[in-house]
Design a protein around this ligand. Structure first.
Ligand SMILES: NC(=O)c1ccc[n+]([C@@H]2O[C@H](COP(=O)([O-])OP(=O)(O)OC[C@H]3O[C@@H](n4cnc5c(N)ncnc54)[C@H](O)[C@@H]3O)[C@@H](O)[C@H]2O)c1
Length: 284
């Protein structure tokens, strides 16, 4: 398959580009910053907030993996993350429709429901599933929700295009990175984020599978590891930090607060820590 990776110079983009190459796909890297040019078979330097550059950059590919944009609301002004992300995602989706490309895989975020960047996120029930309502407060999280709405709209109009939005959690290359994040951002990083994360391996696997999965229209899927990163039982964590939130499904041990059953069903995805949970857990 010929796959365009938009945002190929970014943290996730570089890993995904390398992995798709190893899987023998033809990869075209696209980014406004050409620092990872050597990782892809082909390279296009383009500003994806510009519609015509986006259209030109995507000509001739079978699938687009869109990882381009600004990956959080700080230290930027919030409008910048919002405006950049919603313009890039609509340009990519509308270019895909115009060029007859049949699949877009786009990086959404768990923050599409209002989580890590909210002052005090609130939840209706645990584990959180795809029906859980969104209460975004900041420009970045709102951009992720809008990106998903854009995919609903574009796939409604264009039958030949299907989109998978992957709601990634904090992408870590080893569990010890959680301790670094905790020291830098404080405990609210873990508490607001419902104690979750995902590994680079799990992200790569979900993206590779999403490039060819059998999907019609638009699917939103969580990408979160099956256990939290905290050395405490999840029910105890919930009682400490979210005492009023009811449980709607059983959760035992360090079970994740996110229901990823649909990701497994649609993609056949198995998180990388399923059989080898990390030993470097954080304490809150
Ligand atoms: N890294 C995480 O923990 C995480 C978690 C959840 C969701 N995500 C999402 O995954 C995606 C990738 O995240 P990342 O951490 O790799 O981000 P990153 O900032 O490392 O990479 C983003 C890339 O997009 C490029 N880009 C930005 N604006 C552009 C433009 N106008 N035109 C062309 N290229 C542009 C940047 O140059 C950069 O290379 C983002 O959509 C992010 O919101 C990331």
């Amino acid at each position: 398959m010929k796959i365009a990776v938009a945002g190929a110079s970014g943290g996730v983009g570089k890993i995904v580009t390398n992995a798709l190459r190893r899987s023998r796909h033809q990869v075209r890297g696209i980014d406004r910053n050409s620092s990872a040019e050597e990782t892809a078979h082909e390279w296009v330097t383009a500003d994806l907030t510009e519609h015509d550059q986006t259209l030109e950059a995507l000509k001739g590919v079978d699938v687009i993996v869109n990882l381009a944009g600004l990956n959080g609301p700080i230290p930027l002004p919030e409008w910048e993350a919002h405006n950049t992300n919603v313009v890039i995602s609509y340009n990519v989706l509308s270019a895909a429709a115009k060029l007859g490309i049949h699949r877009v895989v786009q990086a959404s975020s768990v923050n599409a429901i209002g989580l890590a960047w909210s002052r005090s996120p609130s939840f209706d029930y645990f584990p959180v599933d795809l029906q859980h309502r969104s209460r975004t407060e900041d420009g970045y999280s709102l951009s992720k929700l809008i990106q998903e709405l854009q995919a609903d709209s574009v796939t409604r109009r264009h039958d030949g295009l299907s989109v998978i939005s992957l709601r990634l959690h904090a992408v870590l290359n080893h569990a010890a990175q959680a301790q670094i994040a905790l020291e830098r951002l404080g405990p609210s990083w873990a508490i607001n984020g419902l104690f979750g994360y995902c590994t680079e391996e799990s992200v790569v696997d979900a993206i590779e599978r999403a490039c060819s999965a059998s999907v019609i229209g638009h699917e939103v899927l969580w990408v979160v590891e099956p256990e939290t990163l905290v050395d405490e039982d999840s029910r105890t964590l919930a009682a400490r930090f979210y005492p009023d939130v009811p449980f709607v499904a059983p959760m035992s041990g360090r079970a994740s607060f996110f229901d990823t059953s649909r990701t497994r069903e649609i993609l056949g995805w198995t998180p990388s820590t399923e059989d080898a949970p990390p030993t470097d857990l954080i304490t809150l």
